[in-house]
Design a protein around this ligand. Structure first.
Ligand code: PMP
Length: 393
């Protein structure tokens, strides 16, 4: 059943239908776009394109209405049950996290306060908080930034370490929903349990929104930040959803100018497309491909899959592998593997993965899938890894 469903979806991606041979396995970097998204953008730009809130003529009011509808579409996509929430459009996750730091958290913190941030996650979810510390120090406000440790064996946060980081001065926690290297679905409930009901949690959802159902009601977080381009919308658009219950209302200070209206339109279309496809099935498909890949890789003696060995050695809580698998080979360099794979028309990411605290020698191969990928593409990749391994032994 799922195989037929997937073939029907795959055909809806013009870039893939037009290039059936190459295997695009780098969707964690950016996802491909279905025709429905491209058509919606085209329809807007050739139909009723105008600026937002700048006129009373029909195209201006319809563009403004599209943006308002897009805000509601984000709320619906996040299972938002809270009428007091706000949605601000930004250029992407990096800009969104920075906006939370500068436009919201900066006002909240006082001398001696502490925040907890994930040192082993994407740079975009570390730099804004470290920069905020520097900016506040210039104003004479000293805050402590504590590291929430990632357990490299399980790929989840080391939840046992969290209670010892908390105290009455803890004012904020930044976390990631799905890790961009380990593909682990981080246990956000455990973070909420540890910090209690009053501390705001900001979630980097760049790798989860558009990959499966995400519910802010269930997660009980205060910010969800994500990028359009990773959920099949255009690049240059993203959103910050804010609950506005634990702290001041989130609005973008000094915000002026023209928003990325085409990007906003593309985001609505992408959410509609993903909903129609069925996000629970999308998630099931992607994790089945990841499992096929992980199983295949573990048959090679030289391969180490990151963040999923030894998951019982710590108090691991990862319940689900998402659409990302990252591995190294003990005898084959990751960038060499990347070149050989590229030669075979298999597109993966082979570098240090923007992971905070890693240097450029710390390479690994990241394979990331989305619903347009097939088991045959995974098998082709496994065959190439097998060939490289045999050549090295
Ligand atoms: N956070 C995570 C977890 C990511 O995977 C990425 C993208 N690689 C980002 C943040 C940054 O997203 P963007 O480049 O769209 O700002």
């Amino acid at each position: 059943r799922l195989a037929d469903w997937q073939q029907r979806l795959r055909r809806q991606f013009p870039i893939i239908a037009g290039n059936p041979r190459p295997a695009y396995l780098d969707s964690a970097a950016t996802a491909q776009k279905p025709a429905a998204v491209l058509d919606a953008v085209n329809e807007f730009l050739t139909g009723d394109n105008a600026n937002v809130g700048r006129g009373s003529y029909p195209w201006a009011t319809s563009t403004t209405a599209r943006v308002d509808r897009a805000r509601d579409r984000v709320r619906k996509a996040l299972g938002d049950d809270d009428s007091d929430s706000s949605v601000e459009f930004v250029s992407g996750t990096s800009a969104g996290l920075r906006a939370v730091a500068q436009d919201w958290l900066a006002e909240l913190l006082a001398d001696g306060d502490e925040i907890i941030v994930p040192f082993g996650d994407h740079q975009s979810n570390l730099r804004p908080w470290l920069d905020l510390r520097v900016a506040l120090a210039r104003r004479g406000v000293r805050i402590a930034v504590k590291a929430m440790p990632v357990d490299a064996a399980s790929g989840d946060y080391d939840h046992r370490a969290l209670p010892s980081l908390l105290n009455a001065r803890t004012k904020f926690v930044a976390a990631t929903h799905v890790h961009h290297v380990f593909g682990a679905d981080m246990n956000v409930h455990r973070i909420r349990e540890a910090v209690g009901p009053d501390v705001p949690i900001c979630l980097d959802a760049a790798q989860s929104v558009g990959h499966g159902p995400v519910s802010v009601a269930d997660l009980d977080v205060d910010f969800v930040v994500f990028s359009g381009h990773k959920m099949m919308a255009l690049p240059g658009i993203g959103a910050v959803w804010a609950r506005n219950r634990r702290g001041p209302r989130f609005t973008r200070q000094g915000w002026a100018g023209t928003p990325n209206t085409a990007g906003i339109v593309s985001m609505t279309a992408a959410f509609d497309w993903l909903d129609a496809a069925g996000l629970a099935d999308v998630r099931a498909w992607n994790s089945a491909l990841s499992a096929r890949l992980t199983d295949g890789l573990s048959a090679f003696d030289g391969v180490q899959v990151l963040g999923c060995q030894d998951s019982l050695s710590l108090d691991s809580t990862v319940q689900h592998r998402e659409s990302i698998v990252t591995f190294r080979h003990r005898r084959v360099r990751s960038d060499d593997l990347g070149f050989v794979l590229a030669d075979e028309g298999i597109m993966v990411r082979a570098d240090s993965h923007c992971q905070a605290g890693r240097d450029s020698r710390d390479h690994a191969v990241r394979v990331s899938v989305h619903v347009y990928n097939t088991p045959a593409e995974i098998d082709r990749l496994l065959a190439v890894v097998g060939r490289c391994e045999r050549m090295q032994s």
